[in-house]
Write a protein that binds this ligand. Structure first.
Ligand code: ADP
Ligand code: ZN
Length: 733
C-alpha cells in the first residue's frame, strides 16, 4: 500500500471543511481528539448537523473564538490526498459545485453509524410449509441478490410485503435471523491462480499491460479487438498483476445485465467474487463496499460509472470495458464522462487505464493514433471463430409493400437458418410497436402533453408511452384533435411490430423479443438471455440491449432492419454512433470457434453511404481516419472543444429572454478565443413541461473553456425556477 499520511490537525486548530451543502467550504475548529485531512465529519450548520470533509488549513479570517467545533468524526477511513485532488479537479473540469462532488463520493447509507453488529436475515435451511405469493417474492429478492444479507425491514420493503411475511419465513426456518458485523471484508481474490493459456497475440498484449502495471506510473492503453477476440482474458491478467502488487483494481461495465457473466468469470479466474457497485445492489452491500474500498479490503470492484467515485485507498488499475458506450456519460446533476474521469483519476494516483473496445470512440482512436495512449490490437477472434460476412440488402430493389419490414432476401436467410436449427437476430433500435400514431382523418400525430415528443405505441402493454418523461396513456379510440373515431393508425416499426411480422411469416418458429422495457428485473433479463444462449429460441428480435457482449452460440444470422436509422439527423456524432452500434450487433453472429461463420445483412436505402460501406468492407481504420479528418477540418472534438449550456424553465419567454441576455454579454468567452453558437431550442425542446434552450461554446483545444464559462456566468442571477446545466464535452453536437 502506498499511503501518504495526510496532514493532522490537533484540537482547536482552525480547519476548512467542505460541506455537502450549497455553502461549500466553511471554517471550523478541530475536535478534541484532533482530525486528519480527508476525514469525514459532521459539522454544525445553523440548527442542523451536516456531512463534511476535512479539506485542509482554515482559510477565513472569521474570529477564532466564534468558530464552532466539529461535532463528530465519522468512523470511515480518511480519503487519500490523491482522491481529494481528483474530486477537486473533476469538479473544476466539469464545472460542478464541490458540495455535489462530495455527495457523489459519499453515496453510502448510514455513514454516521458505527460498524456495530446488527441483526440481518440470511437464507435458512428449511422450506416454508405453505408457499404464498408474498413469501415467494421475499425468496426471489434474496435469490436476486446472490445470498446477500438484509435488514428485516429492508428485505420486506424490497419485496413489497409487510415485515410479518419475513418473520413468518424465519419462524419456519426458510430464513434465519443472525447477529452479523456490519462491514465484513471481502473474501480475498487470489491473483496467483493460473489463467487460461493465452494465444500469442493475447500473451503479447498481457505482457505489455503487466509491464506497465509493474512500472506503477500513469498510462492509458487502448485495447482494441473485435468481439470475441479475448480482450477480457487479457485485461483480467492486468487485474491479476495489479492485485499481486497489493493495489486495487476497478472494472467498469456499461450494463448491469452484463455483470452476471463477468462475475462468474472473475470467480472462475480468482476463486472469489469481486465487489459489485451499481444501482441494483442492496443498502447493506453499498455500505460495505464503500467502506472496504476505503480500507483497501476489496481487491477488485466491478461497477457502473459511479464506481469511479468510490474512495479507493490505492487504485492501481481502471478498466473501462466497451469504452465507446454512451452510458458512460452521465447527463444528470453532474455531467461527466466516466471514461475521461477514469483517465483523470489514474493520472493523479499513478494508475493504469485500459480502454477496451471493438469500436473505440473517436476520441480514444485519435489519442491512440497520436501516441498519447498506447494501442494494443487483438487481430483475430480467439480460436478458430471467424468474423461474420457482411452484406447490404438494397431496399430499393426489394419488393416492400407497406406494412412489410422484413425484405424477401432477409426472409429467405432467416428461413435457411430455421431449417438448419440455427438462430437469427433481427435488430431494430426502437422500443415499442410503432414510433408514431397518426390520425388518418386530420393528420394529427399524438404527442406527449409535457414534452416535445411523440407518444410511442407499446402494444404489449396496450398503451402509448412517452420515451422522454415516461407518461403513459390508454390508446384512444377517437383522435384527441378532431374527435373522429377509428382513424388512428400506427406508422413505422418498433421491435414489437417486427415480432408481429415474424409471427406471421414464420408461424412455426419460436421468437423472443429483447427490449429493456419488457423486463422488470435484472434477473428476468438475465434468465431470458441464458435461455437464448441455451438455444431455446429461433428468432431474437431486439433493441440495442442485444448489441452488448452477450454470447449466443447458435446465432449465425444478424439482420439489421433499418441500417439507415442512426444516419439521419444533424448530430455530428451520428456516423460514429451508427458505425459502433452496427458493428457491435453484427459481431453477435458466429462468435464460437468450430462453427460456421455467421453473416450480417444490413437493410438500407443507401448502400453507398460511407458508414454502410465502411461496415461492409470491414475497413474500420479508414472509417475512423476519415471521421477524424472531417472533425479536424471543422475544429470539432476531439480537435476542438465544445461545451453545452442547457437552460430550462416552464415559461418559454423566461428561458429565451435569459438565454438571449447571456448571449449578448459573452465577452469572457470571446476573450478566451471561444465562439458562442445559439441560443436555439434544444434537440428536445420541451421535457416534463420545461422549455429548453441550448447554447454551444466552441473553442480551440487549448482554450481555457471552463474558466471562461465560469467568468461569463458569474455576474448573472438566474431567474427564479430557471435551471442551468453545463455539459462539458457533450455527447451530441
Ligand atoms: P472479448 O472480451 O474480446 O469479447 P473474451 O475475452 O470474452 O473476448 O473471449 C471470447 C471467448 O473466448 C470467451 O468465451 C472466452 O472465455 C474465450 N477465450 C478467450 N481467450 C481464451 C483463451 N486464451 N483460452 C480459452 N478461451 C478463451
Ligand atoms: Zn413526455
Amino acid at each position: 500500500m502506498r499511503d501518504n499520511l495526510p496532514a493532522f490537525f490537533p484540537a482547536r486548530t482552525r480547519i476548512a471543511v467542505l460541506t455537502c451543502e450549497p455553502v461549500g467550504v466553511l471554517d471550523y475548529l478541530a475536535p478534541e481528539q484532533g482530525v486528519r485531512q480527508g476525514q469525514l465529519v459532521l459539522v454544525p450548520l445553523g440548527p442542523r448537523r451536516v456531512l463534511g470533509l476535512v479539506w485542509g488549513d482554515g482559510t477565513g479570517d472569521f474570529d477564532l473564538a466564534k468558530l464552532r467545533p466539529v461535532a463528530k468524526v465519522l468512523d470511515a477511513e480518511p480519503f487519500q490526498p490523491g482522491f481529494l485532488e481528483f474530486l477537486t479537479r473533476a469538479a473544476d473540469y466539469t464545472l460542478t459545485a464541490p458540495p455535489l462532488m462530495l455527495r457523489m463520493a459519499t453515496r453510502a447509507p448510514d455513514l454516521d453509524q458505527p460498524p456495530a453488529a446488527r441483526r440481518v436475515i440470511v437464507p435458512g435451511t428449511g422450506a416454508p410449509q405453505r408457499m404464498t405469493e408474498a413469501r415467494q417474492r421475499v425468496l426471489d429478492v434474496i435469490a436476486d441478490h446472490g445470498g446477500a444479507s438484509f435488514a428485516p425491514s429492508e428485505l420486506a420493503q424490497l419485496a413489497g410485503v409487510g415485515t410479518s411475511v419475513v418473520k413468518g419465513l424465519v419462524a419456519q426456518g426458510a430464513l434465519a435471523e443472525i447477529e452479523a458485523p456490519r462491514d465484513t471484508p471481502y473474501p480475498r481474490l487470489d491473483p496467483s491462480l493460473p489463467g487460461k493459456p493465452l494465444a500469442p497475440d493475447q500473451e503479447a498484449a498481457a505482457n505489455t499491460l503487466r509491464a506497465a502495471i509493474r512500472e506503477g506510473s500513469y498510462g492509458t492503453t487502448l485495447l482494441r479487438g473485435v468481439t470475441g477476440s479475448g480482450k477480457t482474458e487479457v485485461y483480467l491478467e492486468a487485474v491479476a498483476e495489479c492485485m499481486a502488487r497489493g493495489r486495487q483494481a476497478l472494472v467498469l461495465l456499461p450494463e448491469i445485465a452484463l455483470s452476471a457473466e463477468f462475475l462468474d468469470r472473475v470467480e472462475a479466474r480468482f476463486g472469489a467474487r469481486p465487489g459489485e457497485w451499481h444501482s441494483g445492489i442492496t443498502r447493506t452491500e453499498r455500505r460495505r463496499l464503500w467502506h472496504m474500498a476505503g480500507r483497501g479490503e476489496v481487491g477488485l470492484v466491478v461497477g457502473a460509472r459511479s464506481a469511479l467515485f468510490l474512495p479507493f485507498r490505492d487504485l492501481g488499475l481502471i478498466v473501462v470495458d466497451e469504452e465507446h458506450d454512451s452510458s458512460y456519460k452521465q447527463e444528470d446533476v453532474v455531467f461527466y464522462s466516466a471514461r475521461d474521469m477514469a483517465v483523470l483519476r489514474a493520472s493523479i494516483t499513478s494508475a493504469h487505464v485500459v480502454l477496451a473496445s471493438a469500436t473505440p470512440s473517436l476520441e480514444s482512436w485519435v489519442n491512440a493514433t497520436s501516441g498519447k495512449y498506447t494501442r494494443l490490437d487483438l487481430r483475430s477472434r480467439y480460436g478458430e471463430a471467424e468474423l461474420p460476412d457482411m452484406a447490404a440488402i438494397d431496399l430499393r430493389a426489394e419488393d416492400m409493400p407497406s406494412g412489410r419490414w422484413i425484405s424477401p432476401t432477409l426472409e429467405n436467410a432467416v428461413r435457411a437458418r430455421l431449417e438448419k436449427g440455427e438462430q437469427s437476430l433481427l435488430f431494430l433500435n426502437r422500443r415499442g410497436f410503432a414510433p408514431v400514431t397518426v390520425c388518418r382523418a386530420c393528420g394529427e400525430q399524438i404527442g406527449c402533453h409535457q414534452c416535445d415528443a411523440r407518444m410511442v405505441e407499446h402494444r404489449f402493454q396496450n398503451r402509448l408511452v412517452c420515451h422522454q418523461c415516461g407518461e403513459t396513456r390508454a390508446i384512444p379510440d377517437a383522435c384527441p384533435s378532431c374527435g373522429v373515431e377509428g382513424k388512428l393508425a400506427p406508422v413505422g416499426p418498433g421491435v414489437e411490430r417486427i415480432a408481429e411480422e415474424v409471427a406471421a411469416r414464420f408461424p412455426e418458429a419460436k421468437a423472443t423479443v429483447l427490449s429493456s422495457d419488457l423486463f422488470h428485473s435484472a434477473r428476468a433479463l438475465k434468465e431470458t438471455i441464458a435461455q437464448i444462449a441455451a438455444g431455446d429460441t429461433d428468432i431474437i428480435i431486439g433493441t440495442q440491449i442485444v448489441a452488448k457482449g452477450h454470447n449466443f452460440p447458435r446465432l449465425t444470422l444478424v439482420g439489421v432492419i433499418d441500417a439507415d436509422l442512426g444516419l439521419q439527423g444533424a448530430d455530428l456524432r451520428a456516423a460514429e454512433r451508427s458505425f459502433q452500434l452496427m458493428r457491435q450487433v453484427a459481431g453477435r453472429a458466429g462468435r464460437q470457434s468450430g462453427q460456421a461463420p455467421g453473416i450480417a445483412l444490413l437493410q438500407t436505402h443507401q448502400p453507398d453511404h460511407p458508414v454502410i460501406r465502411a461496415i461492409i468492407s470491414g475497413q474500420d481504420e479508414s472509417f475512423w481516419d476519415a471521421e477524424a479528418a472531417g472533425r479536424q477540418a471543422t475544429g470539432m472534438p476531439p480537435f476542438g472543444r465544445l461545451a453545452g449550456i442547457i437552460l430550462s424553465h416552464p415559461d418559454l419567454t423566461v428561458v429565451s429572454d435569459f438565454a438571449r441576455h447571456l448571449a449578448a454579454n459573452a465577452t469572457p468567452l470571446e476573450d478566451a478565443g471561444a465562439e458562442l453558437w445559439g441560443p436555439a431550442p434544444a434537440p428536445i425542446a420541451r421535457i416534463r413541461g420545461r422549455h429548453r434552450m441550448r447554447m454551444l461554446i466552441h473553442a480551440p483545444r487549448q482554450a481555457p473553456v471552463q474558466s471562461a464559462i465560469a467568468d461569463w456566468l458569474a455576474p448573472h442571477r438566474l431567474p427564479a425556477n430557471l435551471r442551468l446545466a453545463i455539459d462539458i464535452d457533450p455527447q451530441s453536437f
